[in-house]
Design a protein around this ligand. Structure first.
Ligand code: ADP
Ligand code: MG
Length: 329
């Protein structure tokens, strides 16, 4: 999966005196995506131990939240939809609870129960015709986060309706990035980056002692950087994979589902969210797609410490109030 929008670039400037920080990076496919895990440390052994621990952490999370793996707790919850509650690990319980919180604040634009649509829409180029309205409506009738019933005392999750599904495609990579960062930090990595195909969290500084820089690509020319963002202890997360969409009658449908209709969203090519926590950023980037440009920006403007940049289908760039883009460089 190729992301147009985000390229991590580290610009070398003044080296810090007295430190021999080195950058170590591993590129690896995890959760079906390309992860780039960077640790900056003077001791290569410390760096690689931390990178490997980060990888193990991401794989662990994948096993917990995957809906493809029939043995995951998530699959168990899905298979018991409409039948009975399923006891899950506290970690999964909490992740689902946070996902439901995002549903609440976005008025349902974000909804992990979108997943009942996963057999209807395909964004890999294999779709040849628009599904019928009946088929869409039937599957969409299963989407409703209110029907994800959480019981904290039993630590159970119950999908109330038969045929309901949940999926973490819009929050899992951000969560995994955050957890990998925590594990690596705990192993002495004060400066690093986890980039999960454009869901990026950076902490500390680069090996020269400067802030990391993330380049926002020009939508009209992928090779050109439109603007640089200095990132220090923040995450920059982009939704909108330019290769994953379908076209019907000249309308471009993104791989994000509007839970209210069951149809994929239109009008936006990509949404980038900048905020401290990559899990929240991941969920919000998907939400803004569904909310659309105006509502999406108005919503982000209400959230302290969260900024966004939208690229529309027409390649227009829209940003939240407090996002200042640097000059082209
Ligand atoms: P990207 O895949 O570009 O990183 P996202 O983070 O927005 O983008 O994740 C998109 C994925 O989220 C979809 O492939 C699907 O698995 C899931 N999804 C689609 N629509 C919704 C929705 N309305 N709410 C929550 N998850 C969704
Ligand atoms: Mg997302």
């Amino acid at each position: 999966m190729k992301k147009l929008l985000i390229m991590l670039m580290v610009i070398a400037q003044l080296p810090m005196i007295g430190q021999n920080l080195e950058r170590h990076t591993k590129v690896i496919k995890l959760m079906g995506s390309r992860f780039e895990i960077t640790a900056i440390h003077e001791n290569p052994q410390v760096a690689w131990n931390a990178i490997n621990a980060g990888i193990a952490e991401i794989s662990r999370i994948e096993r917990l939240i995957s809906s493809w793996d029939p043995n995951s707790q998530t699959s168990e919850v899905i298979s018991q939809a409409g039948i009975q509650p399923v006891r899950v690990d506290k970690e999964l319980f909490d992740l689902i609870s946070r996902a439901l919180q995002v549903s609440k604040i976005t008025d349902g634009a974000f909804d992990i129960s979108y997943a009942s649509m996963d057999k209807i829409w395909k964004f890999d180029g294999s779709m040849t015709e628009m599904p019928s309205e009946e088929v869409v409506a039937q599957a969409a009738s299963k989407i409703d986060y209110h029907n994800v019933i959480m019981n904290a005392s039993d630590q159970t999750v119950f999908l109330k309706q038969k045929g309901m599904k949940i999926g973490f495609g819009a929050i899992g990579k951000g969560y995994a990035a955050q957890k990998a960062k925590e594990v690596m930090s705990g192993m002495g990595i004060k400066n690093g980056v986890v980039n999960a195909s454009g869901d990026l969290v950076a902490w500390g500084k680069n090996e020269k002692g400067d802030p990391f820089q993330v380049g926002i690509a020009d939508p009209q020319n992928k090779e050109q950087v439109l603007s640089w963002l200095n990132v220090e202890n923040t995450s920059v997360v982009t939704s909108g994979d330019y290769e994953r969409f379908v076209m019907f009658d000249n309308v471009r449908y993104a791989h994000i589902i509007d839970p209210r209709t069951g149809y994929p969203t239109t009008g936006i090519k990509s949404v980038t969210i900048i905020t401290a926590n990559p899990e929240l950023a991941d969920a919000l980037s998907t939400s803004v797609f569904v909310l659309g440009v105006e509502k999406g920006i108005a919503f982000i403007n209400q959230l302290p410490g969260v900024e966004c940049l939208i690229i529309t289908d027409q390649d227009q760039i829209k940003t939240s109030e407090n996002l200042s883009l640097n000059d082209k460089s």
